[in-house]
Write a protein that binds this ligand. Sequence first.
Ligand SMILES: [Zn+2]
Length: 160
Amino acid sequence: MRCPFCLERESRVIDSREVSEGSSIRRRRECVNCHRRFTTYERYQQAAMMIVKKDGRREEFDPTKLRQKLRVALTKRPVSEKEVDALIQRVEGQLLALGVEEVPSQIVGETVLNELKSLDEIAYIRFASVYRAFADLEDVRREVEGMGAARRSPDRSAGG
Ligand SMILES: [Zn+2]
């Protein structure tokens, strides 16, 4: 951190204290060249959340990538960008709330699916078919029928 007055690189820390409940540190510094004093703040950078894939590869959680996947699932669906943003934020919040640095990709998928289910059922099915890597179409069909069954009234006649 250069001195703001003379741009000298060296400075001496004369006082440091934690602020914002310990999430940042305020340092009072004195320039070794002009001896003027200035204050710097150091903030902990939140560690990037890593997604662990099935094959063990790790990649940083990327909201942009998630948005792209959601866009595909939401093609021609009546869902606004705002709703997509809100969904991504909720997903990210839930993942951060786990308090771990590495999250299995299945957990990410399930979290997204949970949110998507209440937002748009068609998009949910589309996303599920990709994310859960359904073995075959039969699984997708079962999923669709399972969702429909909850709403359908029984149509079997009681007579025997
Ligand atoms: Zn200076």
